[in-house]
Design a protein around this ligand. Sequence first.
Ligand code: C5P
Length: 233
Amino acid sequence: MAKDVIIACDFDSKEKTLAFLDKFTGKKPFVKIGMELFYAEGPEIVKEIKARGHKIFLDLKLHDIPNTVKKSMAVLSRLDVDMTNLHAGGTINMMKAALEGLVRPDGTRPILIAVTQLTSTDQESMTNDLLIEKPIDQVVMHYAKNSMDAGLDGVVCSPLEAGKVKGVCGNNFITVTPGVRFADGEVGDQKRVTTPAKARELGSDYIVVGRPITAASDPVGAYERCVKEFLGC
Ligand code: C5P
């Protein structure tokens, strides 16, 4: 199975993003474009980064009625992204509709993964705000299983959950994991973090790394260190 490091390009403008990507003169990293950059610059930024030769994970976390998600996914698939996502909380029917919408006329489609429960949601907010009384771990695994049953390719999860997700959904079910930090780096606002090497050991297929690379004094060096630690090459 493919394994890679995805850089979270959490910038608020095209200028900042391209200035960052210009530093990479060798290998073109896999990049994640999230809501901040997409809402600032629109689909054009996706096309521009794609044209520069990067693989793209478009992280817009769709969640709406099945018909709307299906039609929106059809539009996003035309942007030629490599991976995109939605909220598993939208139900199995929404996920199935999303998959249908994503298939391009030539039969190809981006990898589709689901967010189970956001890592910002804890047991207390799930119980009190969402009235979901099961243990959060059980809910995450149930949503992962729903995603698999809907035909999705994988989930976004904590590296600490990756092994368990593989246990429930099989080894080919993709785990994309943020919350990665260097052993000697800043943790910032992430709570449950692991190093790139540990993430691989725990079963992550793709690690999403933002600030340890984007805020580094030597971003290219930090990216290369991450790849070396995660892929061992
Ligand atoms: O800068 P940092 O490495 O913390 O960035 C992690 C990226 O992964 C951010 O874009 C963040 O929004 C995203 N993410 C996350 N936790 C999730 C889902 C996405 O940190 N559960």
